[in-house]
Design a binder for this molecule. Structure first.
Ligand SMILES: Cc1cc2nc3c(=O)[nH]c(=O)nc-3n(C[C@H](O)[C@H](O)[C@H](O)COP(=O)(O)O)c2cc1C
Length: 407
């Protein structure tokens, strides 16, 4: 765990976590940070903690000592969000500190009771409430419900204008050295663009409208530093992560990068043969293509690629009268994330009845994704030269649609 001072009386404690599935689903090949914050006035507050795993809590205590904070003397724990990756440690903390008070949203108070049986010394705050820690340190609390969970709030240190934003403005990706945006190299910035989109699409995507409201709330506050629960701290240009989050919201609602993702699967190569031709055609046209062969591609990467692309091609055969199952599973996940209004095209091979293309449309309809489709093409066995040409014409039409919505 690393400790960094981020403003007068405010310290970050950050731990890299790897080799887990985030939320039990999402692979995090490049890790993720869990960031906690200490605010020192006359009294001391800890804003968000760590997961309750063996080792994590002891590491947190050791890091607190590095910045002269005796864990047994912490006065307040601010629970911005009850999710166990931030609050799982509290059970252990109760053993060494009997007197601390918890400050959280009313919804988080309910969740602390139901998940951890914590009822005592909990103060549920209203939107805009403040807590005076003494020595000029006043914290204010800003509720941003349903940014991921219904209980979420952000905590602002009024003096340094540091917004401890919890899951808002977060990103996947571990950090070894450069925690601040103004220290990062261009390579690190590019990495966090990718890891930010992956985090947003995997974790926040479903809640983009509520994220939009949380952005509006942020813009009513006087903020100089944004310090999220995961990922880098923005002190050089806090507006940059606000703008990035606005852009990510727009990707969920139909905008996208000038990229086409091909979500595909094939049993005996009939569909794959056409995918290869289409891929070459797009690459010759200078369009970035993300080839997502299911079930081989990781779900986290698949969701992230579809999310950021303005255009999507679904290429899959019929299997037992329906869509090839690995592609159906992927499309179902895209539907759950409500990734809407993409420009799209689909094709695939069948043997005798067909049915894959019908199920694609049913899934798009079921989740009300409102994708704008070019006429689908279903071919029997191996695509003839004529059918191949019809598919290529379909791709040309898709490119035109992509041009209209790509950023
Ligand atoms: C297990 C299995 C189930 C299939 N079910 C159907 C079906 O219900 N209807 C149909 O038209 N074709 C069906 N087919 C045939 C495939 O759709 C056909 O072989 C197609 O060309 C496969 O394309 P691919 O090589 O890209 O996987 C099935 C094939 C397999 C192996």
């Amino acid at each position: 765990m690393k400790t960094k001072q981020i403003a007068d009386g405010i310290y970050m404690l950050s731990m890299n976590v790897e080799d887990i599935l985030f939320e039990g689903i999402w692979s995090i090949a490049n890790g993720v940070t869990l960031n906690s914050y200490i605010v020192k006035g006359e009294k001391t507050a800890l804003v968000d903690g760590v997961i309750g795993w063996d080792g994590a809590v002891d590491t947190l205590y050791a890091s607190l000592k590095e910045i002269d904070v005796d864990p047994s003397k912490i006065d307040y724990v601010i629970v911005n969000h009850m999710e166990p990756d931030h609050s799982g440690w509290i059970d252990n903390f109760k053993k060494i500190n009997k007197d601390f008070k918890i400050i959280c949203s009313p919804k988080a108070a309910d969740l602390l009771d139901s998940f951890f049986g914590i009822k005592d010394n909990v103060t549920a705050v209203k939107d805009g409430a403040t807590l005076d820690l003494g020595n000029g340190k006043i914290l204010s609390f800003h509720l941003v419900p349903n940014v991921h969970w219904p209980d979420t709030m952000m905590t602002l240190d009024e003096e340094s204008k540091t917004l401890m934003s919890c899951d808002m403005y977060g990103a996947f990706g571990k950090i070894e050295e450069h925690f601040f945006d103004d220290e990062m190299t261009d390579v690190e910035k590019d990495n966090f663009e990718e890891e930010g989109i992956r985090y947003f699409s995997n974790v926040m995507g479903t809640f983009a409208p509520q994220v939009g409201k949380a952005i509006e709330k942020t813009e009513t506050l006087d903020v100089k530093i944004i310090a999220p629960g995961h990922g880098p701290i923005y002190r050089g240009n806090p507006q940059s992560i606000i703008n990035d989050y606005k852009r990510y919201c727009s990707y969920r609602m139909g905008k996208g990068k000038n990229e086409i993702s091909i979500l595909w699967g094939s049993m005996y190569g009939m569909t794959e043969r056409v995918v290869k031709e289409i891929r070459e055609m797009l690459e010759k046209d200078g369009i970035k293509v993300n080839s997502l062969q299911m079930p081989y591609v990781d779900t986290s990467d698949m969701v992230s690629a579809i999310f950021r692309s303005a255009g999507v091609i679904i290429a899959a055969p019929t299997y037992e009268y329906k869509l090839f199952p690995p592609v159906a599973v992927a499309l179902d996940e895209i539907g759950r994330k409500k990734i809407s209004k993409k420009a799209a095209f689909c094709f695939g091979s069948y043997g005798w009845s067909g049915g894959a293309q019908k199920e694609i449309m049913e899934l798009i309809e079921k989740y009300k994704l409102g994708w704008d489709f070019v006429e689908p093409v279903e071919f029997n066995g191996r695509a003839s030269d004529e059918e191949l040409q019809i598919i290529k014409d379909g791709v040309e039409k898709l490119i035109e649609k992509v041009k209209k919505i790509a950023e």
